[in-house]
Design a protein around this ligand. Structure first.
Ligand code: FAD
Ligand code: DHB
Length: 397
């Protein structure tokens, strides 16, 4: 083992949660080191989420990494719900008193954050998997990680576990200290990325008897589409043509007629799950983002929840180093979890409303009735809109 390194906040994972936390801390003079299992190229190539809530956008501005997003991101004021051959627009801006969402790929955001980190000479050790977090109940927690085949130690004041669902931070905590809640959905999403103009200028979420479909985008020339698929389905089972045909069948006729297809840049399948580990802080180990919770993607909340966790955690750490306060660190878990559970609930509700769960026709009729209600009622559509644009962060100071 080499000589241990030291930092104030040791961060495991260079996804959006870890990178954004490091960036916000560095602007307050707080030192951090990120250890990341994958290579930089791998991290920058992952295709994931695409919808940013206003709170996330504001946090990116505060972190000083919003310039390219402001230039290239697309501000969306509404979404369309398609069902029973109908298309009903939810006017997010009108229903929420002015809120909108930003379409900007997680891939681009990750690149911006890595560039900002490296420009500020911040440490990221790529290809350096954390193995375990030790002594998290003491005042000197340590991250044990591997680099170039050698075991290393990072001694910290605090450890931020931002290493996603499969990471080691949560797994380092003894089972009796965490309560885990989990729900697996009986289907996945098959996604395609293609350089074709989007079928519509806003997103379309489609409920169909054959299963859910989503039309999203990354830019005016790049589309991201999804169809619900079986849990055991494989990308190898899908030709480009098969994907486009299935998507067309699940869209209302007017949208299907406008759909432009093209060769895939990427195709992947993601399973859908809800998962929460409580509490999000054990001793000096703090979990943030997917390390602590997973939502099914329907509500576009995964990345945004990573953002709200980092909002609370960064403020708690800044208050600790700036003013010697520990009260915000103590309140982190309960405060973050209140918002997490509301997003878990919303994502579960929208998933239940939009997907095919079984062949019983009564269930589809019930979904159509609820969609008819939600889109026809100001109360119903407002509840959807205010959750979709993102519930406000709690005051935390
Ligand atoms: P991650 O982005 O997962 O980052 C964790 C980082 O930790 C990774 O870089 C990983 O390599 C690293 N890591 C893991 N283990 C270790 C270790 N032992 N040591 C060091 N580093 C480690 N959300 C949506 O809203 N819409 C979507 O369409 C959508 N699609 C998704 C598709 C997929 C395949 C996945 C996995 C997620 C998707 N999500 C989506 C969710 C969204 O992308 C996540 O919520 C978001 O990435 C959370 O950010 P994070 O930083 O918490 O975790
Ligand atoms: C995208 C993903 C989502 O889960 C969602 O609800 C909206 C958009 C996307 O990848 O663009």
């Amino acid at each position: 083992m080499n000589k241990p390194q030291r930092t104030q906040v040791g961060i495991i994972g260079s996804g959006p949660a870890g990178l954004l936390l490091a960036q916000l801390l560095s602007r307050h003079g707080i030192d951090s080191v990120i250890v990341e299992r994958q290579s930089r190229a791998h991290v920058e190539a992952r295709i994931r989420a695409g919808v940013l809530e206003q709170g996330t956008v504001a946090l990116l501005r505060e972190a000083g990494v919003s310039q390219r997003m402001e230039r290239e991101g697309l501000v969306h004021e509404g979404i369309t719900l398609a069902f029973a051959g109908r298309r009903e627009r939810i006017d997010l801006r009108k229903l929420t008193g002015g809120s909108t969402v930003m379409i900007y790929g997680q891939t681009e955001l990750t690149r911006d954050l890595i560039n900002a980190r490296l420009a500020a000479n911040g440490a990221i050790h790529f290809e350096s998997p954390a193995l375990v977090v030790e002594d998290y109940l003491s005042e000197q927690p340590r991250i044990v990680y591997e680099q170039n085949g050698q075991q290393q130690e990072l001694h910290c004041d605090f450890v931020a576990g931002c290493d996603g669902y499969h990471g080691v931070a949560r797994q380092s905590v003894s089972a009796d200290k965490l309560q885990v809640f989990e729900k697996l959905y009986p289907f996945g999403w098959l996604g395609i990325l293609a350089d074709v103009p989007p079928v519509d200028h806003e997103l379309i979420y489609a409920n169909h008897e054959r299963g859910f479909a989503l039309c999203s985008m990354r830019s005016p020339t790049r589309s991201r589409y999804y169809v619900q698929c079986a849990l055991d389905d494989k990308v190898e089972n899908w030709s480009d043509d098969a994907f486009w045909n299935e998507l067309r069948r699940r869209l209302p006729a007017e949208s299907a007629a406008q759909l432009i297809s093209g060769p895939r840049l990427e195709m992947s399948i993601a399973p859908l799950r809800s998962f929460v580990a409580e509490p999000m802080r054990v001793g000096r180990l703090f979990l943030a983002g997917d390390a602590a919770h997973i939502v099914p993607p329907t509500g576009a909340k995964g990345l945004n929840l990573a953002g709200s966790d980092v909002f609370y955690l960064s403020r708690a750490l800044i208050a600790y180093y700036g003013e010697g306060r520990t009260d915000l660190l103590d309140r982190y878990s309960a405060t973050a979890l209140r918002r997490v559970w509301k997003a878990i609930r919303f994502s579960w509700w929208l998933t239940s409303l939009m997907h095919k769960f079984d062949d019983d026709p009564i269930n589809h009729r019930l979904q159509v009735a609820e969609l008819d209600y939600v889109t026809g009622s100001v109360a119903g559509s407002t509840a959807l809109a205010e959750n979709y644009v993102g519930l406000p962060f709690e005051k935390f100071e």
